[in-house]
Design a protein around this ligand. Sequence first.
Ligand code: HMG
Ligand code: MG
Length: 329
Amino acid sequence: MTTPAPGLPMVVPAPDLPARVRIHEVGPRDGLQNEKATVPTKIKAEFVHRLADAGLTTIEATSFVHPKWVPQLADAEQLFPLLGDLPGVELPVLVPNERGLDRALALGARRVAVFASATESFARANLNRTVDEALAMFEPVVRRAKEARNGHDGKVHVRGYLSMCFGDPWEGPVPIHQVVRVARALLDMGCDELSLGDTIGVATPAHVQDLLAQLNEEGVPTSAIGVHFHDTYGQALANTLAALQHGVSTVDASAGGLGGCPYARSATGNLATEDLVWMLRGLGIETGVDLGRLTATSVWMAERLGRPSPSRTVRALSHEDRAPDQQEQ
Ligand code: HMG
Ligand code: MG
């Protein structure tokens, strides 16, 4: 055990957890995509730069989707060049189809993500396709991305998101075999990693572990799996711990708990990156993130958006919830 600095938890390691977790920060994409008021492109660029300055090394920057489908991210062409080449930082972007891939590659993107659904209802709502039509749309995207030569090592990394892995607002609980089938298809077409999305936040810890175990049984290695929890029912951290206990070491989170999906009612913000970092730090798990800088970034962004961050850690560390006699004079 070590004595905590002010504003940090005591470090009490737990057995059999990963030594390091890679946080896949989705604030600028998943966090902002649902905001009604247009966030100026310069503010988005500053957000990404501040996140990088706080030590995040994978920052999902935007989406090259149809601008009418996600108007908030219609400025992807203007934003991406403003981000520059941040040393040691990867800037993945969402690409639903070949048109999106062309736009992303033209700007030098080195990491792209396709986004599939485990359910027919969400595939239709989000992509205007059946599950299999969407997979057919992704196949040339993944193939061409793997043939492209934009990456540092000459390769483009491809992530395959898989939404509605636990429950779906139209279809209810989602059978695990449905998730496993689409996960397998994404890996078979060449995705380098999967991100399992609890889009509406209904998962609970044993459900997470069941899904991971069944994916392993179907030959999907834990090393290829990231988890993506939304915090609708306050379960995101518990679900993350369950995934870490299974060996997962890539966790998606959104600074300040921003987020939601415009095409899934009842999808609220993602797991807040600050809440995640607090827990990981307490467990002695390395992330490379400076919690103070990250919290300051979320407070800054909350001011721009005009409402406080829903993250408990941001609120605790930014004094908003302290009684007047606890505040510094
Ligand atoms: P569609 O209407 O079927 O499009 O939408 P289409 O293929 O019929 O094409 C229609 C027109 O759109 C054509 O133009 C295309 O060129 C154009 P026209 O010939 O008529 O002039 N078009 C594009 N323009 C710019 N960029 C593009 C593009 N593609 C087509 N990439 C489409 C199909 C996939 C385009 C649409 O459904 C779409 O953009 N969907 C994106 C929805 C989205 O971004 N949702 C949020 C992200 S997913 C999420 O948040 C979940 C996640 O966080 C994980 C979790 O929590 O579960 C990842
Ligand atoms: Mg999401």
